[in-house]
Design a protein around this ligand. Structure first.
Ligand SMILES: C[S@@+](CC[C@H](N)C(=O)[O-])C[C@H]1O[C@@H](n2cnc3c(N)ncnc32)[C@H](O)[C@@H]1O
Length: 272
């Protein structure tokens, strides 16, 4: 088993998580219409912090959105750019390497920079921000990148600090002769330090070929949130109002409460 950052091999990540891309893009468009004055049949502009392999960047660009995204990982950005080029979508999409806690919009987005209608960060990437200060800085930066009335759709797993169990998730997907099995493990969170140890293991095989399987493992730590801790954080950035919560079913009709009764929460934050 090779120790490796799984975002350094964006193809394998993309194969697993691309399965829900269409559903997630539908949800983003529905939230934009419901909460940000979006008009059906029209497209706006969208910013994706920590865009990774760019699966949602490509999908939103394909639907006609002006898209922008950045990621700390150079391999992921290269992968995302190559796909946009292949799909001839690069004219409406801007990608750059940057960090969630300190990003700047690049000059090609205008001076003063374009103000986006929508931003999103769906799959717990926010929990990579390792301190309250970094999380606050990120929320301020995203607020200043959106127009008043624009929304930030932010998805993350909440933590139950009383749960002593290890949790495990498994995904299997195949694309163009590359078969990927991904197992992630989450260790019980530490309430005092608000840390959660994570591990992903990928087994990649190439059916019908002699190519040797790839086995790789990544360890990282997430900063944890209960509903109360998330609420406290959002209050420190008064530019945001919380307008709705959903869950990872990404069903626009399924509005959920802002509490700890479920783990996979999606916050809809609107820029005042
Ligand atoms: C779970 S992936 C999500 C990718 C993409 N948003 C998606 O939905 O497929 C998390 C991404 O966060 C990036 N990342 C982690 N910490 C970051 C930071 N501080 N700033 C920018 N990107 C970061 C990783 O490189 C990785 O591509």
């Amino acid at each position: 088993m090779e120790a490796r950052d799984w975002y350094d091999t964006p193809l394998y990540y993309d194969i697993i998580f691309d399965v829900d891309t269409g559903l997630e893009a539908d949800f983003l468009e529905a939230m934009w219409r419901l909460h940000a004055g979006g008009i059906g049949g029209k497209c706006g502009s969208v910013l994706e912090p920590a865009c990774g392999s760019g699966r949602l960047i490509s999908e939103m660009a394909r639907r006609g959105w002006i898209t922008a995204g950045f990621d700390a990982n150079a391999h992921a950005i290269r992968f995302a750019r190559d796909r946009l080029k292949r799909q001839k979508l690069q004219r409406n999409a801007h990608l750059w390497e940057d960090r969630m806690e300190s990003f700047r919009l690049p000059p090609e987005l205008g001076t003063p920079p374009r103000q986006f209608d929508l931003a999103h960060c769906l799959v717990s990437s926010f929990k990579y921000l390792s301190s309250e200060r970094a999380a606050e800085a990120h929320l301020r930066l995203v607020a200043s990148a959106l127009r008043p009335g624009g929304i930030y759709v932010l998805g993350m797993h909440l933590t139950d600090y009383t749960d002593p169990r290890l949790t495990h998730e498994r995904w299997v997907a195949e694309r163009d002769g590359v078969h990927v099995v991904c197992n992630t493990r989450t260790w019980p969170a530490k309430r005092r330090t608000r840390e959660e140890r994570m591990r992903s293991r990928l087994l990649v095989t190439f059916p019908g070929t002699d190519r040797a399987p790839v086995r790789q493992e990544t360890h990282w730590t997430f900063r944890t949130y209960s509903a109360r801790q998330a609420r406290k954080l959002f209050r420190t950035v008064p530019e945001w109002e919380i307008v709705a919560c959903h869950d990872f079913h990404h069903d626009p009709d399924r509005v959920r409460p802002f509490d700890d009764s479920y783990a996979d929460i999606v916050f809809i934050l609107r820029r005042r």
